[in-house]
Design a protein around this ligand. Structure first.
Ligand code: XUL
Length: 548
């Protein structure tokens, strides 16, 4: 396509623990080629904020906040480091981004003018500080809003009504309940708030130098958006906080160009007036970053949170209340189940026994599938799926001192929970696209393949969220230039690592098929909803008699 050769697209990912960048280079109609991957870890690079795994010191296990100033400073540090490392500023056509979902940033009325007038001779964070009407941002790990969830649910006519209209029943981490808590506990702070952004639209606003809109992928994580209309739902707004609509950004299509990189970035970091495409949530961006632009396959992202998700043409809302339906950046929908005990739980077990990741792999290689019918329930943090507000760890037939049993136990428990709680999507899963930091561990992917009975494909880029954002920037730019591209073309370069396709082992699959109901019984017992399954686990272990 004439005139479109050699453009670059930057995708940023503001995740819980880091800010990452992926740059793709596109000649003509593609395919896109990744030319730069870079990451800045908040705890390590910005220790003066005092975060641990990207979270500010916690008053209790239910609350979780982070710092909008830290995110701004991370952007101010990362952007200049990209030029020369693979980013060619002269060819940078558009930027988009991905952000941890549900988190919210509260700005006062001065922000509207000030965002456009940041002084390029000064760093960004101190200039942002006076614009915040709340110094911290509650994030997706916060579970402190059960009271607010209950009142919103009853005001809109019950959980089924809320789920069928917004895609999810009320969840503690969703933005609506978080806003209600702030509005009731700090009415002065709420009154001083002129605009409430999600992390995605906040970061886009910093880059564009003006308030950016939200798009349906991330706005559907608020309990406030009408999923089919893709607009704020009045009944939910009224149930949440007074005058809320005026404080929320408008919702625009996912591929909207929201502005251009503002003079601050141009003057301070020598970057061009590149287009800024709407940012979205990390899960919607990962959907694109692993090439799931058709129905029928799922992706599992193994990150701070683990998520299981797939594209949906029609919004089949979960009747069990476990999962969510979000907007997809393609204009369709996506089903998603989120588990909070992802990498933090894996690290807790690894660290408890002083192991390295290669040790974990070695243990998984040398221990039997099914763990001799010993089960760990790893709720080290409050769990989203199933809902567990007070952290608790349960062991069935498993000693807390048994390193190998606990290592296998945590991985098997995670994979069995991922399989059981994603059944509501109604997808016959025969292929899984695995991504996220822990997906580099092939032994973990082997357990995934055997538990799901599905072939697991691994992707060379573990930061699929940033890659998805870069590809979304390309898609938005092409549309804006009058050359719309089908999603299949935009994602044609997203190919699984051909060397890493793990097929399920039939024997191990048979073991997990029998273990899955026993694992579900352990979960039910741990939740106080069923009998102790220790005897059934013992019987199952004796029946196999060690011949597996
Ligand atoms: C999804 C969720 C998490 C966050 C953080 O609903 O809460 O996956 O997006 O990554």
């Amino acid at each position: 396509m004439a005139g479109r050769a050699g453009r670059q697209y930057l995708g940023l990912d503001a995740s819980t623990q880091s800010l990452s960048a992926v740059v793709v280079d596109v000649a003509g109609d593609g395919p896109a080629k990744v030319v730069l991957e870079s990451s800045l870890n908040f705890d390590e690079a910005l220790p003066h904020y005092g975060t641990r795994h990207g979270v500010l010191p916690r008053a209790d296990s239910a609350s979780a906040t982070s710092s909008p100033l830290m995110w701004a400073e991370a952007l101010d540090r990362l952007m200049p480091s990209l030029a020369g490392a693979g980013l060619n500023p002269g060819r940078l056509a558009a930027i988009s981004g991905s952000a941890q979902q549900h988190g919210s940033v509260y700005l006062n009325a001065r922000a509207t003018g000030a965002l456009a007038r940041f002084d390029p001779s000064q760093p960004l964070a101190p200039q942002l500080a006076p614009l915040l009407s709340r110094s911290v941002a509650p994030i997706w790990m916060d579970t402190s809003t059960s009271v607010q969830c209950a009142s919103i649910t009853s005001a809109v006519g019950g959980a089924a009504a809320l789920a069928s209209r917004t895609g999810s029943r009320a969840f503690e981490r969703f933005t609506g309940p978080q806003i209600r808590k702030f509005a009731t506990e700090d009415p002065g702070g709420y009154a001083a708030t002129d605009r409430i952004h999600l992390v995605s639209s906040f970061m886009a606003s910093l880059l564009a130098g003006g308030h950016a809109p939200l798009e349906p992928g991330d706005a559907s994580g608020t309990n406030l958006m009408d999923l089919r209309e893709r607009q704020w739902w009045d009944a939910a707004l009224d149930a949440t906080a007074p005058g809320l609509e005026a404080k929320l950004p408008p919702i625009a299509a996912s591929w909207t160009i929201v502005g251009r990189l503002s003079p601050y970035w141009q003057a301070r970091h020598g970057l061009p007036a590149a287009k800024i495409a709407a940012w979205s949530g990390d899960n919607p961006c990962t959907l694109i970053g692993v090439g799931l632009v058709r129905e029928g396959r799922v992706a599992i992202s193994l990150g701070t949170s683990d998520t299981v998700f797939g594209l949906m043409k029609d919004p089949h809302v979960d009747r069990s209340g476990t999962g969510h339906v979000f907007g997809s950046p393609t204009g369709d929908y996506m089903g998603l189940t989120c588990f909070s005990n992802g990498s933090l739980a894996r690290e807790r077990i690894r660290d408890a026994f002083g192991l390295s990741w290669p040790d974990v792999s070695r243990i998984l290689r040398s221990t039997p599938p099914g763990n001799d019918r010993r089960v760990l329930i790893p709720w080290f943090e409050p769990e989203i799926t199933p809902p567990v507000l007070i952290p608790c760890v349960h062991r069935y037939r498993l000693s807390p001192d048994d390193a190998a049993g606990n290592v296998r136990g945590v991985i098997e428990a995670q994979m069995m929970a991922r399989a059981i709680h994603s059944r509501w999507m109604g997808i016959e899963i025969d292929t899984i696209h695995a991504t996220g930091g822990a997906a580099v561990n092939l032994e973990i992917l082997r357990v995934m393949a055997d538990v799901f009975g599905a072939a697991v494909h691994h992707f060379p880029t573990t930061n699929s969220a940033a890659l998805g954002a870069a590809l979304r920037a390309w898609h938005a730019d092409a549309l804006d230039e009058g050359h719309p591209l089908p999603w299949e073309a935009v994602t044609s370069a997203v190919r699984p690592d051909s060397a890493v396709r793990i097929a399920p082992d039939p024997n191990a699959r048979a073991i997990y098929r029998r273990l899955l109901p026993l694992y579900a019984a352990c979960e039910a017992h741990a939740l106080g909803r069923g009998p102790d399954p220790t005897g059934a686990l013992r019987d199952a272990a004796e029946m196999t008699g060690g011949w597996e």
